[in-house]
Design a protein around this ligand. Sequence first.
Ligand code: UDX
Length: 440
Amino acid sequence: MEKQENRRVQRLVLVLFPLQGHTTPMLQLGSVLYSRGFAITIAHTRFNPPDPINHPQFDFLVSGTPNIEDVESINLNCQAPLQELELQKQTAYSQVAGVIHDSLMYFAATVANDNKIPSLVLRTSSAAFVQAYAALPHLLAEGSFLFQDSMSYEQVPQLNPLRFKDLPVSRENMALTLELIDIVSKYKRSSVMIINTTDCLEHLPLLQLQQLFQVPLFGIGPLSKVASASSTSFLEEESSCIAWLNNQTLKSVLYVSKGSLAMSDEKELTEIAWGLANSDQPFLWVVRPGSVSSSDWTELLPQGFREHVGERGLIVKWAPQKEVLAHFAVGGFWTHCGWNSVMESLSEGVPMISCPQFFDQKVNSRYITYIWKVGIELDGELERGDIERSIRKLMGGREGVEIRQRAIELKQMIDVSILEGGSTYNALNDLTEFLLTNKI
Ligand code: UDX
């Protein structure tokens, strides 16, 4: 039987980049736009595919190899199938009204332009990060960003409040940075920018981005808050941790996760373990399989740790994070500052210990601690004493009370932004209108 949604007149093709932090917001955007009457085709790679069972309302188009490749190869390998299979085909019931692509899937803008279809880029990071990235070529050309500056606390000209140390670049990742700068110039071909943020969090960066890119820009986040709740995880979520949380007291638990990419070595694992153990605070700790070098999972935990902690701590491979952050027992989030995690935490009013590692995470951390003041930073090499002190400060100290209060106020502002008349609500209406009429 023909799928009901094939009768929808306007179809959107959404092009995913196969990493968790990129796939999740794109699928969430798909759900939002489906609820507004569009038929949705999800174009994805064989590597890290979304599970169609969780998204019965979508159609799927697969291309590329089953292995992780570099960004350029992924773009090359996905181009032909999208061109041939989807865009030129206009079924009796639906025509392609737009292609929405991840910023790293820049090939889709070319295919859309060739087919005279509007292309829209979804930025899955913060507006401040997009702005910082866009500024890098100038900083490099002017010579104002020297390698040694990557540790400097000095303010970056025109990028207030960022310091050189917050920029997504360092001597080690310079080659990758240059490649990504090139990619930024490619997605400028898209006629519209959609960004997973909201005005109450990033009023100024959004305004400045608008001026910089001179294209229609829609701040429609937090997508985790406006989209329906179907799972987008590549790994199986251990829902049993919710039963454990149910037995903990109000706002007593520290949730600890480093997202889907960050790695640790044995030394860092040991410091984290003893920092958590010595804090005397209940904790739910996600240790992703394969995320600790030279081990499969938790084999390298220090001797005596589990006995010391007993029932006070639970370690899981992957958590239902949104549900965890919304749980009454969770009072803090020790995070690597991936943008999805930050938005999910802000949406639930959960204060953070920010522990950034790479890419956009240092920019996000600066906003958490300095602009929104909803977290404390755990900087530099991890050490058990610093960890214990940070946890005690956030979960028990006077400073922690003030930080928690601000986190609650920010959550309330986010709630308002998605209600009728709020900035996200209006931006979603404007985006829908644009897709239906190709006019602002
Ligand atoms: C990566 C980069 O690290 C990040 O900086 C960038 O903004 C996006 O790409 P990732 O490391 O995966 O993302 O972090 P994040 O953006 O926080 O995304 C992780 C997602 O996985 C979140 O939506 C989170 O809810 C989910 N998650 C994480 C789980 O569902 N369960 C877990 O146990 C851990």
